[in-house]
Design a protein around this ligand. Structure first.
Ligand code: SF4
Length: 140
């Protein structure tokens, strides 16, 4: 009985993040990330970014080229581990990149977009690192 409970508990702790399974929650978290002054997730359309890269480059006090090279695809919170790919709703890549899970703002973000809280060190490509982010998020 004890062993069975342990297995159930460990399976539960490895569950997909709620926002990957709940469109309403994902949209709510994404919209908050778009609106929040300190996040500013975008651009909406990577082919028509408007002033997005210019604005974020100004925020980071850098060039547009450097800002464009600092996007979700190489952010420390961007999770594209094999286990997270299984949490995604089918095919999630296109000619611009792919969807992954953002552990900082809890929604499915696109590799070609960015935000003001970008941090060097990603993406997360290994299951054990992905589970570690999940465990640390639960402990908060
Ligand atoms: S993965 Fe990084 S850059 Fe992308 S939304 Fe999350 S924190 Fe921002």
């Amino acid at each position: 009985m004890k062993i069975r409970m342990k297995i159930v508990k460990s399976q539960k702790s490895n569950n997909c993040p709620s926002a990957t399974q709940d469109l309403k929650l994902n949209t709510k978290n994404r919209d908050s990330a778009i609106r929040a002054e300190h996040i500013q997730y975008g651009p909406l359309n990577v082919k028509y970014p408007g002033d997005y890269w210019k604005d974020i480059a100004k925020y980071w006090n850098t060039t547009v080229k450097a800002a464009k090279a600092s996007n979700c695809s190489n952010c420390t919170a961007f999770d594209i581990s094999p286990r997270m790919k299984k949490c995604m709703p089918g095919k999630t890549s296109d000619e611009d990149g792919e969807l992954g899970y953002c552990w900082m703002h809890h929604f499915k973000c696109h590799s070609a977009r960015a935000c003001r809280t970008w941090a060097k060190g990603g993406p997360i490509e290994k299951n054990d690192i992905s589970y570690d982010w999940q465990r640390r998020n639960k402990n908060k």
